[in-house]
Design a protein around this ligand. Structure first.
Ligand code: NAI
Ligand code: MG
Length: 502
């Protein structure tokens, strides 16, 4: 099949994209055992730009076997924590060195603006490796004096300590909204803690993970420590989640699939962490210092990454006296946004896929059918690619699908509210609890609101601020466990208690 050339790409990405894409297993690039490939699309045009090995259960088996071997014997097992930390640091450096290439790939594959991919995705990906590198040498246990006088060894004294050990072979399944960054959030802690891994990128966006794997090989990770199997959810993701040779599975994606991962993991009771969906409330009080700045924050809360963020501020709750002003400011911002192919660095690019394009349009239609109004947007842009207009819905109510369900597109619903108690109860009336935000100039109100939100992250007078040091994850059905920070180390280590008679 002839692959479409992408004229905006620069060398060397231009020649890399159409080149053969294989699986990384045990340090070697190999075809899928069945020899099949799947197509990678440019969401700005719908053109096929690459073909990637279509990994299945037998490839997952081989990758898990390679990861097990690398975990149990060889240079990785014997490597000092300091050496491991240095390698993880070097991966961060290499991401910055190849940052322009990675940003181009990310923009092509996912559709996001090139400038955003460079400034956000690449920079944050390097950050997490640099941050986690420091933890490699700081993983430690405790010591204990045993107080119990054991009945069959009276008078015997004991000393004990704990060891924090890696969990073993980890399966990681990641989504398409931040393909490189999700790979980085997952790989950096797994490597810092001395595990080995089989990574399954999203079938919509496999390119940056494959390039990252090449870059990591160049840095010099021992063979088999990182294995990458591209493929779809059913063919490659499900057998990885169910695999008896996997000790832990880490998943980011839909809540629906998260529940399937839990069931699949039950076979060998592997450890599970999940980072799932959201429907985050963004609460604007009438006492905000600056309506324009607040509206700009509310717009970026939903339109960043085209709303394809698990923590997108998709429920915009505005105190009644300033409702019209804020809606009109957010709508003006939406109206002024340039929507065009990501590689031309517009304000917004296309959605990631035809499926997502149709899903988002379906939600807009469902809102309008239920009686909502479009303050702005509601349509699509152009006659090819998956472009949806930034959209502001009003006249919604809390029973509508557009308020209850994750849309994962550039669609915000704005609703008025009267007081704090009411809006806290409405904000928390969701199956999700990933993130929330509040805008106010009253410090007490900010503190009370931050406490009242049932969510894993709360932003006050800001939105979408992440840091490698700051744990990120969900309350309720938004997930299990946390990404990043020192919290993630718990997910990739297990504790062994050792007791010594003295
Ligand atoms: P998804 O949850 O199906 O896909 C995420 C990852 O899981 C991909 O790598 C996929 O191949 C894999 N996967 C799918 N089915 C699997 C299975 N049975 N076993 C193991 N792995 C499996 O998400 P999808 O279909 O791409 O998007 C659907 C919706 O999910 C979106 O519209 C959005 O609402 C939500 N979503 C949430 C994300 C988040 O960051 N929390 C990211 C992506 C999607
Ligand atoms: Mg799916």
């Amino acid at each position: 099949m002839a692959l479409a050339e992408v004229s905006e790409l620069k060398s060397p990405v231009k020649t890399w994209v159409p080149s053969k894409k294989q699986l990384l297993i045990g340090g070697k690039w190999v075809d899928a055992k069945n020899g099949k490939t799947f197509d990678v699309e440019n969401p700005a045009t719908g053109d096929i730009v690459a073909q990637v090995a279509d990994g299945k259960k037998e490839d997952i088996d081989a990758a898990v076997k390679a990861a097990r071997k690398a975990f149990e014997s060889g240079p990785w097992k014997d490597m000092s924590a300091s050496e491991r930390g240095k390698l993880v640091w070097k991966i961060g450096d290499a991401i910055l060195k190849y940052g322009d290439e990675l940003a181009e790939l990310e923009s092509l594959d996912n559709g996001k603006p090139l400038a955003v991919a460079r400034a956000a995705d690449v920079a944050l990906s390097a950050d997490i490796f640099h941050y986690m590198a420091g933890w490699a040498t700081k993983i430690k246990g405790d010591t204990f004096e045993i107080s119990t006088d054991h009945f069959y060894t009276p008078g015997q004294k004991y000393f004990s300590y704990t060891l924090k050990e890696p969990v073993g072979v980890v399966g990681q399944i990641i989504p398409w909204n931040f393909p490189l960054l999700m790979a980085a959030w997952k790989l950096a802690p797994v490597l810092a803690t001395g595990n080995t891994v089989v990574l399954k990128p999203a079938e919509q966006t496999p390119l940056s993970a494959l390039r990252l794997a090449e870059i990591i090989q160049e840095v010099g990770l021992p063979d088999g420590v990182l294995n990458v199997v591209t493929g779809d959810g059913e063919g490659a993701g499900a057998p990885l989640a169910a695999h008896d040779g996997v000790d832990k599975v880490a998943f980011t994606g839909s809540t629906e699939v998260g529940k399937m991962i839990v069931q699949a993991a039950a076979g060998n009771l592997k450890k599970v962490t999940l980072e799932l969906g959201g429907k985050s409330p963004n609460v604007v009080y009438k006492d905000v210092a600056d309506i324009k700045a607040t509206a700009a924050g509310a717009a970026s809360a939903i339109f960043f990454n085209h709303g394809q963020c698990c923590c997108a501020g998709s429920r915009l709750y505005i105190e009644k006296p300033i409702f019209d002003d804020v809606v009109s400011e957010v709508s003006n911002i939406a109206k002024g946004m340039k929507v065009a192919p990501g590689l031309t660095s517009p304000d917004m690019g296309p959605l990631v896929s035809k499926e997502q394009f149709e899903k988002v349009q379906g939600y807009i239609k469902s809102g309008l059918d239920d009686g909502a109004k479009c303050a702005v947007g509601g349509g699509t842009v152009g006659d090819k690619g998956y472009f949806v207009e930034p959209t502001v819905l009003t006249n919604t109510n809390d029973k509508m699908k557009v308020i209850k369900e994750e849309i994962f597109g550039p669609v915000v619903a704005a609703e008025p509210f009267d007081d704090h108690e009411e809006i806290m109860s409405r904000s928390n009336n969701s199956d999700y609890g990933l993130a929330a935000a509040v805008w106010t100039s009253d410090v007490q109100k900010a503190i009370r609101t931050a406490e009242a939100f049932r969510a894993g992250t709360v932003w006050v007078n800001c939105y979408n601020i992440f840091d490698a040091a700051l744990p990120f994850g969900g309350y309720k059905q938004s997930g299990w466990g946390r990404e990043m920070g020192s919290e993630i180390l718990e997910a990739y280590t297990q504790v062994k208690s050792v007791v010594i008679a003295k």
